[in-house]
Design a protein around this ligand. Structure first.
Ligand code: UDP
Ligand code: MG
Length: 332
């Protein structure tokens, strides 16, 4: 259901480019130097929505400086560090363009590919164009292997429609953005949610470049969080795993009961201590796994029922006259 957004007279911004950034003072000048010419050269109405995800360095200051000379740059500042996906959510909710592209601030995704993405979306009436990494040779071995395992797992759990090696560099039509915004999930994982929507889609391939400056803002803890969100948002497989473990341990215990009884009947009860001890440990372990998994889901039900926003917009340069924060911003 591709819509040609330019038919809507209220839409004058053809393209919004959402760039989440956290402590990117080193990468920012290089980003502006490459992103601006790429967008100016397209000869369309555009805005760049820079989502400052609670940066503690000079990112906010630099953005304000750049904005003086670049009126298309819009700054959306979150009150605290909410994470990459939540920053993307904030950007998607703020963007007004008929098409919305998302891009990392560190130039690992080349901005020069955006015109190609928009051209492809318009020509083939596509709602989604993925940027697919043709090559990750510039990433570290650990990053490549962990990413490989991640995509293998999520394609098994969510479905083959998830393009392998497509991160958060993509272009969405207004229809796709509205669909994404209507999803009530907390802890969105867009690289899984967007393919799941089932809109007509295409791909452009690109070379994954090295981070232009600064260090990765994705430490292992955030990667694990993303992996957990990916698996638990989209699949009850971990719960099923707990069930199978439970079934297996039940039959295992039945055998142990038989063995214990046989030993008891032979009058050699004391040596049974070892098997009893093993059984207790085994059951304890299995029960803990099950309780942990249930806890994950119950925790999610809890946050969903609470419907707490995942972000608060503290400042939006498009509404800077009022300076009032977006009250009750629904961080869906
Ligand atoms: N990012 C963010 N909030 C965070 C972590 C990262 O907005 O809490 C941004 C970051 O500034 C960058 C993008 O998300 O623009 C991807 O992060 P990064 O490049 O550090 O991840 P990597 O490429 O190493 O996986
Ligand atoms: Mg990066």
């Amino acid at each position: 259901m591709s819509t040609e957004p330019s038919t809507n007279p209220s839409v004058t911004t053809t393209l919004s480019v959402v760039v989440p950034m956290y402590n990117e003072e080193d990468a920012l000048p290089a980003l502006v130097a490459r992103l601006r010419p790429a967008l100016d050269g397209m000869d369309i109405g555009y805005e760049v929505v820079a989502v400052d995800d609670g940066s503690k360095d000079r990112t906010a200051e630099l953005l304000t400086e750049f904005q003086v000379k670049w009126p298309e740059l819009r700054i959306v500042r979150l009150r605290g560090n909410s994470g990459h996906q939540a920053a993307l959510t904030a950007g998607l909710h703020s963007a007004v363009g008929a098409y919305v592209a998302s891009l990392d601030a560190d130039l690992q995704d080349p901005p020069e590919k955006i015109p190609e993405m928009l051209g492809l979306a318009r020509r083939d009436h596509l709602d989604i164009v993925y940027g697919v990494r043709a090559d990750r040779s510039t990433d570290t071995g650990f990053k490549r292997r962990s990413a490989g395992a991640y995509y293998w797992l999520v394609r098994r759990l969510v479905g083959k429609q998830v393009p392998a090696q497509a991160g958060d560099f993509r272009l969405l039509s207004r229809a796709a953005v509205e669909a994404v915004k209507s999803m009530p999930d907390q802890h969105q994982v867009y690289r899984l949610l967007v393919p799941w929507l089932g809109f007509p889609s295409g791909q452009v391939t690109y070379q994954r470049e090295e981070r232009v400056a600064g260090e990765t803002k994705y430490p292992l803890s955030k990667m694990i969080r993303l992996g957990l969100d990916s698996v638990i948002n989209f699949s009850a497989a971990p719960l099923r795993l707990a069930t199978w473990l439970g079934v297996a341990s039940f039959f295992g215990c039945l055998l142990m009961v038989g063995a214990t009884l046989a030993i008891y009947l032979c009058g050699k009860t004391v040596p049974g201590w070892t098997s009893l001890f093993i059984m207790m440990l085994f059951l304890g372990g299995v029960q803990l796994i099950c309780v942990g998994l249930l806890g994950e889901y119950i925790g999610r039900i809890y946050t969903a029922v609470q419907r707490r926003p995942t972000f608060f917009v503290g400042y939006d340069s498009a509404h800077s006259a009022s300076e009032t924060p977006a009250e009750g911003e629904n961080g869906r």
